[in-house]
Design a protein around this ligand. Structure first.
Ligand code: MEZ
Length: 542
């Protein structure tokens, strides 16, 4: 139930609902999209970026907050640990216990490798767990991996590495089967056929889901498999520095117990970075849909050791973060809400865009509506637009919301908002790191041997914009791939003398570049102080 301040706008939304359901908003032209993005998308706010002056991506721009932790000092000096007396000695060290890390662990274990997973929180404290709407795979008769390729490559502005997109889409159907066989409870019809829906930018219905907690269901299953296989997991332990050997190959990591700060040395024949995203960096002051540990750690570890980043200047702002009430500000409102028929409507009750434009376009369109056209709804703390959820019940029949998106219903019902009867308020939220560490097709970084990367820490799979459901897919495809490749590689690796010399090398680069900073990284956890405020709640985004 909304307060008085919203009632006039709500009346307009209600009055227009039937006509808005019938309306078929046109898609924007390529030119319109380009202009919209350049003018309103946060990736184009040049004052929010810094050009790197040290490290492998010198000369390229990244968000200011990321630049500060990339061009920072190590948390340790190179003689803080005894590299000759490792606490752990394994074949495959996996840093990160989310969907990519667990998928990698399962496949490396399958190869017979001695695997260890380290995670700074617990297994499954990851963005995988937070993913709601589904996972893409072209496995229906009217679809094909080629069609999926066109959607994903085009949606990413033709910037992705084509060989990675090709792998993503061709491995997808088998990955769905793998997850199904492991026990993921996908939504199926009475004949056992998986139910699929559209996402923004998809030309076919290929979103497979477990209601609106698809990521949690996938994570549950992967975690169970890791536990069943008795793969060692060291939790509440962060990797704070990569270890290279005298030949410059990845050979382990320095670990830090998050409770005691005690340091450990993990020696490994291969290392897989699967540390996930960066939403908790709150780039440009945006709220986030990400889990508590999403602080770009893998990018920092890789960068300081010499691995290159790709597209680290591009972030995904999910168009529909919760804008009201304040308690859930920034929480994900799954795109599936729009797949099921809800349209985006402004303060006057007008539909202002096609509901399933790609995410960057949809986010920019909402920002324009609120910040430029004066058509946003004043939430008291900021702005938002309506997502007219009662349309779903009218289109799909009574009970659709509870049957298909129960988690959404519950999230708003807690605050007295019945989304079956009333629309909800949304505004873009920082959701995904499109860029990350550069990898080759085998999942390895081109310039550090035996260093593999999987999941959200990778750059190049999605180009400059990811489509819904291609992230749950990429953690499985490229997580498994990295696990297999590292599981094979370790059989031929002899580790040389361990070193942390890159710490000094990087410090020397900082000095030569004239960078004076007290910042140490990786960040590991966000710092929320009592006066922390999301800038975009108070200030204009543009
Ligand atoms: O892929 C995603 O980011 C996803 C499934 C999110 C969502 O809207 O549910």
């Amino acid at each position: 139930m909304y307060a008085e301040q919203f009632q006039e706008s709500l009346k307009a939304v209600e009055a227009a609902r039937e006509a808005n359901i019938a309306l078929e908003p046109r898609r924007m032209t390529a030119d319109e999209k380009d202009r919209l993005l350049e003018t309103y998308h946060p990736d184009y706010r040049m004052d929010q970026f810094d050009v790197l002056t040290a490290g492998p991506n010198k000369g390229e721009k990244v968000p200011k907050e990321l630049a500060a932790i990339l061009q920072a000092h190590s948390r340790i000096a190179k003689d803080s640990v005894d590299l000759n007396a490792p606490d752990y000695d394994v074949d495959v060290l996996i840093i990160g216990g989310g969907g990519a890390g667990c998928s990698a662990a399962i496949e490396a274990d399958e190869k017979g490798a001695k695997v260890m997973v380290v995670t700074k929180l617990r297994t499954g404290d990851a963005n995988t767990m937070m993913a709601e709407g589904g996972i893409q795979a072209a496995d229906k008769p009217n679809d094909s991996p080629a069609q999926h390729f066109i959607d994903a490559y085009g949606g990413g502005h033709f910037a992705a590495k084509r060989e990675l997109v090709r792998k993503l889409v061709t491995d997808a159907p088998e990955c769905i089967q793998w997850l199904n066989d492991l026990g993921v409870e996908f939504d199926k019809d009475e004949n056992g056929v998986m139910v699929t829906t559209h996402g923004g930018g998809t030309s076919r219905k290929r979103m497979h889901a477990a209601k609106d907690y698809s990521g949690a269901e996938i994570m549950r299953t992967l975690r169970d498999e890791v536990l069943n296989r008795e793969i060692p997991v060291v939790d509440f332990t962060a990797a704070i520095e990569l270890i290279l050997d005298e030949n410059g190959n990845a050979s382990g990591a320095v670990l830090m117990n998050m409770e005691t700060n005690q340091l450990y040395v993990a020696k490994a024949k291969t290392v897989i970075i699967a540390t996930g995203g960066a939403g908790r960096m709150h780039y440009q002051g945006f709220p986030t849909s990400n889990h508590y540990g999403a602080t770009a750690d893998g990018l920092v570890l890789g960068y300081r050791a010499g691995a290159k980043l790709l597209y680290a200047d591009t972030l995904q702002y999910h168009p529909t973060g919760a804008a009201f009430p304040e308690q859930i500000f920034g929480a994900l409102v799954t795109e599936k809400v729009r797949s099921l028929g809800a349209k985006l409507v402004n303060v006057k009750g007008e539909v202002f865009m096609h509901p399933l434009e790609t995410r960057d376009v949809a986010a920019a369109s909402i920002i324009r509506e609120c910040m430029d056209r004066g058509n946003g709804v004043d939430t008291g703390d900021g702005q938002g637009v309506w997502l007219d959820t009662p349309m779903i019940e009218k289109i799909g029949g009574e009970g659709t919301i509870i049957a298909r998106i129960p988690a959404m219903y519950r999230m708003f019902a807690k605050y007295g908002i019945d989304m079956r009867k009333e629309p909800i308020l949304v505004f873009p939220t920082l959701h995904y790191q499109n860029g990350g560490l550069d990898i080759s097709l085998n999942g390895e970084t081109p310039n550090i041997k035996n260093l593999f990367v999987a999941g959200e820490a990778v750059g190049g799979i999605h180009g400059r914009n990811r489509l819904m459901g291609n992230s749950l897919l990429d953690i499985i495809v490229f997580g498994r791939n990295a696990g297999r490749m590292a599981g094979d590689r370790c059989k031929e690796v002899t580790v040389g003398r361990l070193t942390l010399d890159h710490i000094d090398r990087f410090d020397a680069e900082l000095k030569a570049a004239g960078i004076e900073t007290d910042v140490v990284s990786p960040k590991l956890l966000p710092k929320y102080t009592p006066d922390f405020k999301y800038v975009c709640k108070k200030a204009e985004v543009r």
